[in-house]
Design a protein around this ligand. Structure first.
Ligand code: FPP
Length: 269
């Protein structure tokens, strides 16, 4: 294809993708998809319009992250605090989850994506619970990519539940208090078996983690995008990855774990 026939957007994406080191793709990316309401209000539309647009963006980012080689994407779709929104918006969001899942689940399955819902689904309607459970069951053995959707999820609530479970085991004599360690806590979390996120992206410029994966994000790199979620796209995702790759992940140590040659030369005897 002649270069002048490539759209400016495509051209920009090619330039950005050329800056990505394919050997250092984050395995697990978590996203706080923020700004749907503001995006819609700015355009004079109801907030629901922003949520609808947000679904299209989520579909694009699933494809982009999977094609790039990420293995797990975890998105914050509905927090335990979101119940405090007007009933109309809560109902809209809950209906949207059901509608989108019913429509997209076959394609998700064909793409060999495993979908998991993280959070307390008990308060949802019988219909939605059944769609969530059947989607998980259908895609359970898919291997190429995992999509975790956090619904009615709160990090503090998750930690409280873990503490309750561990207290029960301690009272029954199953474990001793001295046996409580990070491994045990990890095994009781809703994310059990999932590697902690390498990268957290939050859109809309807000610099908070809003009760999202409080335990799991301990050493994640955080990238704040100024773009509202409905405007987030492949190029914004690439920018987050390029920024992530510029970080020196020390995990509390003094040098990059990625820089093995440096580690060997300074630490080997
Ligand atoms: C935050 O924007 C967004 C949400 C609370 C909902 C996100 C949900 C989706 C994108 C749909 C996902 C669908 C499926 C099936 C997983 P906001 O409403 O807080 O925006 P604001 O900060 O501008 O008010």
């Amino acid at each position: 294809m002649r270069l002048e026939n490539i759209s400016p957007k495509k051209n920009r994406n090619i330039k950005l993708s050329n800056q990505i080191d394919m050997k250092r793709i984050p395995e697990h990316v978590a996203i706080i998809m923020d700004g749907n309401g503001r995006w819609a209000s700015k355009r004079g539309f109801p907030r629901s319009y922003g949520h609808n647009q947000g679904v299209n963006v989520l579909k694009e980012i699933i494809k982009v992250s999977k094609n790039l080689g990420c293995k797990v994407l975890t998105v914050y779709a509905f927090s335990t605090e979101n119940w405090s929104r007007p009933n109309k918006e809560v109902d809209f969001l809950i209906n949207l989850f059901e509608k989108v899942l019913k429509k997209e689940i076959d394609e998700i399955h064909q793409e060999s994506i495993k979908i998991k819902f993280i959070g307390d689904i008990l308060p949802f309607s019988k219909n939605l619970k059944s769609v969530l459970n059947s989607s998980e069951a259908l895609t359970r053995n898919n291997k190429s990519f995992t999509l975790n959707v956090c619904v009615n999820y709160g990090g503090r609530q998750e930690i409280v539940k873990v503490a309750q479970e561990i207290a029960k085991k301690s009272v029954s004599g199953e474990i001793k208090p001295s046996e409580v360690n990070e491994e045990l806590i990890n095994s009781e979390l809703l994310t059990q078996g999932v590697k902690d996120p390498d990268l957290l992206i939050r859109t809309s410029g807000e610099k908070r983690i809003s009760n999202f994966l409080l335990w799991q994000l301990a050493y994640s790199e955080i990238y704040i995008s100024e773009v509202l979620w409905p405007d987030f796209d492949e190029s914004e995702f690439f920018k987050a990855i390029i920024d992530y790759q510029s970080r020196n992940r020390r995990f509390g140590g003094i040098e990059s774990l990625a820089n093995d040659s440096l580690k060997d030369s300074c630490c080997s005897t």
